[in-house]
Design a protein around this ligand. Structure first.
Ligand SMILES: Nc1ncnc2c1ncn2[C@@H]1O[C@H](COP(=O)(O)OP(=O)(O)OP(=O)(O)O)[C@@H](O)[C@H]1O
Ligand SMILES: [Mg+2]
Length: 316
């Protein structure tokens, strides 16, 4: 591990999540909100918040709308995150989730996102280049704004590697393909994302393991394939594990994948073994699913669940 402990997370398409409970929600009529919660979110932001629970120094960057940045700025200062986000004219997208407690149905209303231009992308590359020089790990998380080319993700991975830092990527589609060509240190596709990447449906665990091994052989140190409530595969050159999460009462799966990345990255920074990292990441994810909202509030819940994680060595 590098002598620098600093971790950077990059979120190019953050969002403000507005979740509201509306009993008997009906389109075309006046609906009353019974309760609501607003969260500054986005994969890299959620991961950064979790990493702070381990007292690791974290800087956040990416693109943020200049017109509604306050909710993010408040979060960053309350969590002790260093803010190096590139401000872009306009508003960070808002995602409204309407939950009807009577029917159990949810309705999503997604606002359009920011439109960073080539100058903003260059500024982000420069920011990451400067920060990665004194960092051990840089995490790139989430989707891209429509105006940013998927090639930017591969370019970022190359910038990070040329600074001697480790690149961790959690994205999907063309952005993931672009990252993989640049050979990051860790990727965490879920089964659907891995299937899309290889261009055919991967159903059996054996097929998923084989594809993960192929990526591993191409130079990616650790490939994690997450399988929702079933658990996740952790594939490295030396070791291969399947981690089964404990049975929990699932409240909201929002942030499950982010908690898994957060656990893997915290484990890298703390120099844990792959088995220990798999256990930590799986317990953090399960604890996040067992509560509402994208970020795990009480890390003690994860510590209690850790004993119930079952780690199997893959033997085929
Ligand atoms: N119902 C559940 N119970 C326990 N653990 C869960 C549950 N759902 C998810 N997890 C844990 O969270 C991990 C990541 O979940 P998942 O595979 O759904 O990620 P994802 O599809 O990338 O999600 P995201 O939408 O957050 O990106 C799983 O590998 C598992 O360990
Ligand atoms: Mg995911």
């Amino acid at each position: 591990m590098s002598k620098f402990k600093h971790i950077i997370t990059v979120t190019m398409n953050p969002a403000i999540d507005l979740a509201c409970q509306v009993p008997d929600f009906t389109a075309g009529k006046v609906n009353r909100v019974a309760g609501y919660q607003t969260d500054a979110a986005g994969k890299g932001v959620n991961i950064a918040v979790l990493l702070r629970k381990f007292d690791l120094p974290v800087t956040v960057t990416g693109f943020l709308g200049a017109d509604n940045a306050l909710i993010f700025e408040k979060l960053f200062s309350s969590k002790g995150l260093k803010d190096e986000f590139v401000r872009v004219p306009g508003e960070t997208r808002i995602g409204v989730k309407v939950l009807d407690p009577d029917s159990g149905a949810t309705t999503d209303i997604n606002f359009p996102g920011l439109s960073p231009d080539a100058g903003h992308v260059d500024k982000l590359m420069q920011t990451v280049d400067n920060l990665a020089d004194e960092s051990s790990i840089v995490v790139i998380g989430g989707s891209l704004p429509a105006t940013v080319s998927p090639a930017a993700v591969g370019q970022l991975v190359n910038v990070i590697k040329s600074c001697g830092a480790k690149a961790v990527v959690d994205t999907s589609g063309p952005a993931l393909s672009s990252a993989i060509v640049a050979v990051p240190c860790l990727v965490k596709p879920n089964d659907a994302e891995l299937s899309e990447l290889v261009g055919r449906p991967l159903k059996k665990k054996e097929e998923l393991v084989n594809e993960a091994r192929r990526m591993n052989r191409s130079g990616i140190d650790t490939v994690v394939v997450s399988l929702g409530s079933q658990g996740a595969l952790f594939i490295s050159q030396e070791e291969e594990f399947f981690a089964k999460p404990p049975t929990i009462n699932a409240v909201s799966t929002v942030g499950a994948g982010d908690a898994m990345i957060g656990g893997m990255v915290a484990g890298m920074a703390l120099e844990l073994s792959l088995r220990e990292r798999a256990c930590l990441a799986t317990s953090l994810s399960a604890a996040t699913v067992a509560q509402a909202g994208p970020s795990l509030e009480d890390i003690e819940i994860a510590k209690e669940l850790e004993e119930q994680v079952v780690i199997e060595t893959i033997s085929f």
